[in-house]
Design a protein around this ligand. Structure first.
Ligand code: SF4
Length: 325
């Protein structure tokens, strides 16, 4: 099966113009990231803040230009696509943002917000724009009669549903969901994740679902890629990641998921220190400054992604082989 999305060697460096590190330095936000997403599949992109997951998501929808690497979508190299082709591409790949409060214009009605992508692209759906907007509101579980209301009249969860309706307006094939539930109450998070799952099933959508912990992606993502300091450190199926993670960082993230700690027998692993600066990342394995398994080799030599006995691939000189911590 051909992947819908293929990412090869994706890299993003931001030049530093001032501040402590001075001119000439670069923020190595994303380094040589590779992954694929198949039609109808959901890939979770997980890591602490500053790991490069949001920058990766923004490069996929071409809100950011990659420094190096290649993005192939539906068989076409879209890495540097511009002009009319880029506008067409933006119909096929949509993004849902983290903050439903900030991403909706408070002065526009919900109807206008959801209709905007249709109008910008000069699309008049059969039956008219209003009917399509109402259909979309219904699809995301909102009252279609509320198209004349303003964002402030809706709750946080409902506002995120409006953002999802807007993303669906152009019938995309892939949605990049950038922490779509992080700003919502825990009680509402499951409802929004369930809506996304339902849309994936009903519309055959593919998702790149960005999250900062492994709890949210657990019930939604078939495959999970864990990132640390701009690098991919482990990629595996849900089962491989949750039942037998190979990379120490994945183990640490997983140990913070309450149910998994109870059920899987993993002890809580508390990481010491902060994530190092992406301007001056540690030598060798970038996780060695916080890794309880680090040995001499770890600071001297950068590990590459290799297959593990559990079936996942991870970048670690001393991956876990099976027994729980
Ligand atoms: Fe830890 Fe070494 Fe593996 Fe890096 S390579 S994760 S420092 S054991």
């Amino acid at each position: 099966r051909e992947p819908l999305l293929k990412v090869e060697g994706l890299t993003k460096h931001f030049p530093v113009r001032s501040g402590l590190w001075g001119k000439g330095s670069v923020v190595r936000a994303v380094e040589n990231v590779n992954f694929e997403v198949h039609p109808g599949e959901t890939l979770g992109l997980v890591g602490e803040s500053g790991c490069g997951k949001t920058t990766t998501g923004r490069m996929l929808v071409r809100l950011l230009e990659p420094t190096a690497g290649k993005i192939t979508f539906d068989g076409e190299d879209i890495t540097h696509t511009k002009g009319a082709r880029l506008r067409k591409l933006r119909q096929d790949i949509q993004i849902i943002f983290q903050d439903p409060y900030a991403s909706l214009n408070p002065r526009h009605t919900v109807g206008r917000i959801v209709a905007m992508p249709l109008q910008v692209n000069g699309i008049t759906p059969p039956g008219g724009v209003k009917r399509r907007v109402q259909e979309l509101l219904e699809t995301v579980g909102l009252n279609p009669e509320h198209y004349n209301r303003y964002p402030h009249e809706f709750s946080g969860g409902q506002r995120q549903r409006i953002g999802i309706a807007r993303a669906l307006a152009l019938k995309p094939k892939l949605i990049v969901a950038d922490e779509p539930v992080s700003a919502l109450d825990v009680s509402i998070q499951a409802q929004v994740v369930n809506l996304l799952r339902q849309l994936q099933r009903d519309l055959g959508l593919s998702f790149v679902f960005i999250a900062h912990d492994l709890a949210v992606v657990r019930h939604f993502c078939e495959r999970i890629a864990v990132m640390y300091l701009g690098r991919m450190v482990e990629v595996g199926t849900r089962q491989q990641i949750y039942e037998n993670p190979a990379h120490p960082y994945t183990r640490a993230l997983l140990s913070a998921v309450p149910d998994v700690t109870k059920l899987g027998g993993h002890g809580r692993i508390k990481l010491e220190g902060d994530v190092p600066s992406p301007i001056d990342p540690p030598s060798g394995c970038v996780f060695h400054t916080r890794c309880w398994k680090a040995q001499e080799k770890c600071s001297a030599e950068a590990p590459v992604l290799l297959p593990n006995p559990n079936g996942s691939i991870s970048a670690c000189h001393f991956p876990e082989t099976g027994e729980v911590v």
